[in-house]
Design a protein around this ligand. Structure first.
Ligand code: ZN
Length: 171
């Protein structure tokens, strides 16, 4: 799955485009089982640059770090990408700096957004991915797992330190 923006076809001005992302696009990430994401894009095309503003919204079915079951994580984020064209760059040569400014050759006919969109989505995921709280402020993790955790916690014997770590994650 590849995503392009055909700036030369659109020409100078402001243009809107919507990219639809599904599981296929994200399956390289093993924690993800399903996805339905829409990226509304506003691209401002100028003679030597394009400024992209992305609104990323949707649902990713992702593995819980605590109970290892999958749950729907709602993603809603924004990102920008500034592309500038240089006549000192060869076709195929590119450079992305720390401010999300991408430099491409002036001869590029369409801008490939594939890896950038992938990175924006993956970077928007939380470091700690855990089932949300339910209406009773309880973790909605796998109930069997929670029961087992509870049992282990009530035992006075030495507890496997991994369970302690999981308990911390849950609190
Ligand atoms: Zn969980």
């Amino acid at each position: 799955m590849k995503f392009f923006f055909e700036h030369k076809k659109y020409g100078i001005g402001e243009h809107r485009e919507t990219y639809t992302i599904n599981y296929d696009f994200l399956k390289a990430n093993e924690d993800i089982k399903d996805a339905e994401i829409q990226i509304d894009t506003i691209a401002t095309v100028k003679t030597n640059s394009v400024l992209f503003k992305f609104k990323i919204k949707g649902i990713i079915n992702i593995m819980c770090d605590v109970c290892l079951d999958y749950f729907d994580y709602e993603i809603e984020t924004e990102a920008t990408l500034h592309v500038r064209f240089s006549d000192r760059y060869e076709f195929g040569q590119e450079d992305l700096d720390e401010n999300n400014t991408l430099t491409l050759s002036k001869n590029v006919e369409k801008i490939e957004l594939t890896t950038h969109l992938y990175d924006f989505i993956i970077l928007s995921l939380p470091i700690k991915k855990v089932h949300p709280l339910d209406e009773n402020q309880q973790r909605s993790c796998n109930p069997d797992f929670l029961r087992k955790l509870e049992e282990l916690q009530t035992q006075t014997k030495t507890i496997d330190p991994r369970w302690d770590k999981l308990k911390q994650l849950l609190n």
